[in-house]
Design a protein around this ligand. Structure first.
Ligand SMILES: [Zn+2]
Length: 344
């Protein structure tokens, strides 16, 4: 009787050994590591083609569904007009297989100018998605994984409603720019972590009631809301949030590498104004009522913005967009942003 536990243990070990030998288990292990290897080989090949600007070679790896909508000439044209970077160095940090999808977490170091000096080097990290079809890996035209979370953060329902309102109104405009912005916000939705700050100290002296925190990570985009902000209404929440959503999105796509601090701010104000321009008459009447009553400083600030910006010069870097130049000049002349952007 005393020997029984030993016998049981031997049987269990033997069964476990057998399970490792079964074809199913072996196939699983082999598949996983083989797929990782084939994906890495494909990825290295794709990046070489990119470096050599071999767009025809690259087109062979474009997913069949994208080939239906984009022919070779269109692909070459869009590749040639994309932003050029130089001396690219790709580093694979991690490879993950999820069914017929492969996810590569990679870093990319590059220069913006052809006379690349090491001090000019910039590095971005991010995840790229590849699809396995008939044992070959392909990429889609949109293969950046912007926010790799399946669930949203638990945020207050007023913020949830505000995000939905912003996305809905942008989509209703049925214009490529507003649709693209709505898609951008949808893509980061599960990574938005909007919380009330416990004290104003946490807001780092910002004047605003909403603040995109630079202590964010790409999968934890923190927007802090001042405790001074008691829930006003969904409209005002959405106006203030629309500005911060652009900061969060640019942070995710490393937009700060290509935009100055003033430009980043101007883009945020432009989106805020764009969202305000989608409001209907009743909503504007409600804001105007509070503006005229001078009861809500936030309504006053929100409505003063377009009235103030209109007075600034439209001369600036964008020849095609004088309204953007006005916003940029407003930001550059604002002492708060002069202070915020002085070291950047
Ligand atoms: Zn801002």
């Amino acid at each position: 009787m005393k020997k029984l536990p030993w016998i049981l243990l031997v049987i269990v070990i033997f069964l476990f050994y057998l399970s490792l030998k079964t074809d199913g288990f072996k196939t699983f292990i082999n598949n996983e590591s083989t797929l990782k290897k084939t994906l890495e080989t494909t990825y290295n090949h794709i990046t070489e083609l990119e470096k050599n600007e071999d767009w025809t070679g690259l087109y062979n790896y474009l997913a069949p569904n994208d080939k239906n909508s984009t022919n070779l000439n269109q692909f070459i044209n869009s590749s040639q007009t994309a932003r050029k970077t130089y001396n690219r160095i790709y580093t694979v940090n991690n490879i993950e297989i999820r069914g017929d999808r492969g996810i590569i977490d990679r870093s990319l170091s590059f220069c913006i100018n052809p006379d690349c000096l090491n001090i000019d080097r910039k590095t971005i990290t991010g995840k790229k998605e590849y699809i396995l079809i008939d044992n070959k890996w392909y990429f889609n035209l949109k293969n950046n994984i912007i926010c790799d979370r399946n669930e949203p953060y638990p945020i207050s329902s007023e913020f949830d409603r505000a995000i939905s309102l912003i996305i809905q109104r942008l989509l209703e405009q049925n214009h490529p720019i507003t649709t693209s912005r709505a898609d951008s916000f949808k893509s980061i939705k599960n990574c938005l972590n909007i919380q009330y700050a416990s004290t104003d100290d946490e807001m780092k002296g910002t004047e605003g009631l909403f603040y995109f925190s630079p202590s964010s990570s790409k999968e934890d985009l923190r927007i802090l809301v001042s405790p001074r902000y008691q829930i006003k209404d969904d409209l005002l929440t959405a106006i203030l949030l629309s500005h911060e959503l652009i900061h969060a999105y640019f942070y995710t796509i490393d937009g700060n590498l290509f935009l100055s601090c003033f430009e980043d701010e101007a883009q945020a104000f432009r989106l805020q104004l764009l969202f305000m321009s989608t409001l209907n008459n009743e909503e504007i009447a409600s804001l105007t009522y509070r503006y005229n009553n001078r009861t809500s400083p936030e309504s006053i600030a929100a409505l003063d913005l377009p009235l103030t910006i209109v007075n600034y010069s439209s001369v600036g870097p964008s020849e095609s967009d004088p309204a953007y130049n006005k916003i940029l000049n407003y930001v550059k002349n604002n002492s708060y942003y002069q202070e915020q952007c002085k070291n950047q």
